[in-house]
Ligand binder design. Structure first.
Ligand code: GRF
Length: 217
């Protein structure tokens, strides 16, 4: 069967992108990374993708007259490569409403908190400051509202008493690298659907599979 063509949008390190590239190397993985787009020319993830033989495109946000013009340029690059699903992976640009509307039900994000808690930036520090004992990451469909689309799957980790934002981020990131490839697999297998009430059903997976839990410190 043809593999689902995934476009990954990055702005920096690209470790989630690398996890997707790694997963897609398996012959039985139902998706392939068709393109990596970065708005930052020297983002380290661009070189990682290039070394893995993945097509890359740089679409600078500077010099664009407005957000929608930039969004349309990103979209054109994705469409030139036949992309069917867009995965945001540390893409640090806020879209105009046009982009999530155009890619509706074909656009996902990974966010390093258990949404709907802790939206926006510096979310690991937000979690520490709130005193929560558990945090994690969320993969969700993207809607025009920031970090608010329907939740597909989450991974939970403990927040330890001596955690810093960096140590918590590292613990969460290890789970991100498990969760994102898993969700892309489910989407490629046609298992992920959003009901009218905004809740996401993942069919044909064991009960509880949409929550990963790690107790590793
Ligand atoms: C990750 O923590 C992701 O959840 C957030 O941005 C970070 C990107 O890291 N959206 P990387 O570029 O994938 O290493």
């Amino acid at each position: 069967m043809a593999k689902l063509k995934v476009g990954v949008l990055i702005s920096g390190r690209g470790s989630n992108m690398a996890a997707l590239i790694e997963a897609a190397k398996a012959a039985d993985y139902p998706a392939e990374i068709a393109l990596v787009v970065s708005n930052v020319a020297d983002a380290p993830g661009v070189a990682v993708a290039g070394r893995a033989g993945i097509a890359t495109a740089i679409v600078p946000h500077r010099g664009q007259p407005d957000r929608e013009t930039f969004d349309r340029a990103v979209s054109a690059a994705l469409e030139r490569h036949g992309v069917e699903l867009v995965a945001l992976a540390g893409f640090l640009r806020i879209f105009s409403p046009w982009f999530p509307e155009h890619w509706k039900d074909r656009l996902i994000n990974i966010h390093p908190s258990l949404l709907p808690a802790f939206k926006g930036l510096h979310v690991q520090q937000q979690a520490i400051d709130a005193g929560v004992r558990v945090s994690g990451c969320t993969v969700h469909w993207v809607t025009p509202d920031l970090d608010a689309g329907p939740i597909i799957a989450q991974a939970a980790v403990p927040v330890l008493a001596d955690d810093t934002a960096d140590s918590l981020a590292a613990r969460i990131l290890r789970q991100e690298h498990r969760l994102y490839p898993q969700v892309v697999r489910w989407i490629a297998e046609g298992r992920v659907a959003t009901a009218q009430d905004g809740r996401v059903r993942v069919s044909g997976v064991p009960a509880g599979a949409t929550l990963l839990f790690s107790t590793e410190p």
